[in-house]
Design a protein around this ligand. Sequence first.
Ligand code: AMP
Ligand code: MG
Length: 520
Amino acid sequence: MKLNIKDTFNVELPADPILENSRRQVKEACFSFVTPIKTTKPAILHVSPEMLKKIGLSVSDSKSESFLKVFTGNEVLPTTKPYALCYGGHQFGNWAGQLGDGRAINLCEVEHNNERWTLQLKGAGETPYSRTADGLAVLRSSIREYLCSEAMYHLGIPTTRALSLTLTGDQVLRDIMYDGNPEYEKGAVVCRTSPSFIRFGNFEIFAARGDTPNLKKLTNYTIKHFFPHLGKPSKEIYLQFFKEVSQRSLAMVIDWQRVGFVHGVMNTDNMSILGLTIDYGPYGWLEGYDFGWTPNTTDSQFKRYKFGSQPDIVLWNLYQLANAIYPLIEEAKELETILATYRISYAMQYLKMMRSKLGLSKSEEDDSILVKDLEDNLQMAETDMTIFFRNLSNYKIGKPLEGLKIVSDAFYTESEVTEAMKGKWNEWFGGYDARLIQESIPEEERKEKMNQVNPKYVLRNYMAQLAIDDADKGDYKLIDELFIMLKKPYAEQPENQKWFAKRPDWARHKVGCSMLSCSS
Ligand code: AMP
Ligand code: MG
């Protein structure tokens, strides 16, 4: 196994001088060196062939003893020095102080085909940032991260990725529902990959400690490696940097809204500086279209991170980042302008995205009303988002009274759809029909375009849970089946038609399907 290792983070940035792996506050450093823990009986469950290729490895490399050892943390690659990042964060709206990679250990950076990849093990043992926890991860949450991050990539959504899913052979104690009933579960490790795992929280921790010199080092490093087109750092470039981070984060959250992905824990320590979806924890996919939905049980009271709030939360998080890098700029006005622009851009881009879901390429004045009415209608009775939009592409111009029939598969309980609701739907289809007439593309072409933005297959919460239930019993076939299907989420896959279906009734209130805790 030969990787083109080109470390920069742990070479160019200040390291914690203490090498002992003990919990502590780490000051004036971006990271701490740490060695992954050895495990009892490591085994590979799945490897992403696409990601293997990206880092310059072959399928036969992935079958080697050394791959198994390295990506379960049992062997450190020669010339590399694994490390955990120091970061802080705002959790559920409050400053939480130092957090850091409590159970993530970065192995090294690899360069291949002009791309840089940091390889990181999640669940490979404790670090100075583990606080009161054990640094480990269980199989259930590792399967969820592994499958979903690769699925998001294939949906065309900016995300960190995953190279491998492995078992450690050790047992991990978890209290899933936080109700005093802990149980042993299989321990697992995912090797995650990303150009960088730097988060908003990496900047916030230095700002909170008044450590401007290190804040500057980290920002300059980030610009040099990941925003090189901006040029040599200066006050003006820091503003450009912030602007680009806000644009990338906006693009990411618009994509989430497009496919119905709810992150679940949008704390600032879970916001990538590269605008990537990061840290797949208690995330979920909308089944019934509902702005008020969140899968995260920890957030069930206030629902801070519900579907409809995600774009505003990105903005809130950008405010925290703006505050953090302010000492490098010392001028609030221009930062405020960028934040104000986010709101305007958001409204415009959201409308553009919704138009694309409806197959509208022109922009007409009343489109925002059409979209708003649609959102209201979708929330009258439980209506499956994925099925609704996918089937909508079958709509035929001139037949508004047949619209409802075309999307009726999306209703969870047909009897819930009252005559009054049907009236509203017919009215909406009337407006939609009139609007489609203003477009001049052939029906088939519109359908094709719509099917490129409205996925047919997403990782519904119950599907991940089925794969987890099987895996707990030692059967890993479904992981591979879903993995392969989710590579082509926009394609018709007749052999997978059974996954183009509403959430089954048994999953409505089942833990892991409709609700998830942060315990992982
Ligand atoms: P999360 O909300 O999962 O992104 O985690 C928030 C913080 O808790 C991060 O600093 C994580 O590294 C840390 N953390 C979560 N689970 C564990 C664990 N099992 N062991 C150590 N640290 C953890
Ligand atoms: Mg996190």
